[in-house]
Design a protein around this ligand. Structure first.
Ligand code: F6R
Length: 241
């Protein structure tokens, strides 16, 4: 596991954004795994700007997002699908048919797992971008998730609901369930970059870098991955010894 500690989100956006851009330049049909939330936002903005400046071609790139809230349709402004359209896809020349976000309208795990088949059909994920929850979740794989899990419907913990309430008018509006790629689905990616910013992520980053592997901290599954880069700011690194 490689760890890079940077000053702020601007430096993080450049570090991670340049890796994404280099991949798309060398493999025009690259398969990217993408996250939502605040951690990758500045990276997506950097990617948009660099794409415009260097006329980078995204039309054959394929993307798979990690998760979606159950009950929200693609057009719902709180959905992760809507977030991706606004924060990235509408600003680059990607073919929207090549962008996959788990459907928040799936009825059961069998339907949800078709997502893993779709990823497989596209040859697997070349580069997976991750954020991390304060409780160590990746995707919406909350504490106690099996390391063998695939895409399925999950219950969100009260701490995740509280953390994500900032994106909604009221905490009561935050969906209680999501559909999420599993820990195994994530581990199948060829390369992974995890971004963490701010002191609220420090405990999870300590567990990831220095802790024992345990389902209590889902992020620790990543300790077994052979190609993972963790990019954090100083606050997120503050508990590391
Ligand atoms: C989002 C996702 C989540 C977030 C995590 C951190 O698609 O899968 O695991 O990455 O909750 O969220 P932020 O970046 O908003 O702190």
């Amino acid at each position: 596991m490689e760890l890079v500690i940077l000053k702020d989100d601007k430096e993080i956006a450049k570090k991670v954004g340049d890796i994404i851009i280099d991949l798309v330049k060398t493999n025009k049909a690259a398969v990217l795994g993408l996250a939502t939330g605040s951690s990758p936002e500045s990276t997506y903005q950097y990617v948009i700007e660099k794409t415009a400046a260097e006329k980078i071609d995204w039309k054959e790139v394929v993307t798979f997002n990690l998760d979606e809230y159950i009950g929200l349709s693609e057009t719902d402004e709180q959905s992760y699908c809507y977030y991706m359209n606004k924060k990235l896809f509408e600003n680059i020349n990607i073919n929207i048919k090549n962008t996959f976000v788990p459907s928040g309208l799936v009825k059961n795990d069998l339907e949800a797992q078709k997502y893993d088949e779709e990823i497989k059909k596209h040859g697997g994920i070349d580069l997976q971008i991750l954020g991390i929850g304060t409780n160590g979740h990746i995707g919406f794989n909350e504490p106690k998730t099996s390391f063998d899990s695939l895409t399925r419907i999950v219950d969100l913990t009260p701490s995740t609901i509280a953390a994500n309430a900032r994106f909604f008018d009221n905490e009561a509006d935050v969906p209680k369930q999501a559909v999420s790629m599993g820990l195994k689905s994530i581990m199948n990616a060829k390369k992974i970059i995890l971004i963490a910013m701010g002191a609220t992520k420090a405990e999870a980053i300590k567990a990831l870098i220095e802790g024992n592997q345990s389902t209590e901290w889902p992020c620790t599954v990543l300790q077994d991955h052979s190609d993972i880069l963790v990019v954090v700011d100083e606050a997120a690194a503050s508990l590391l010894s």
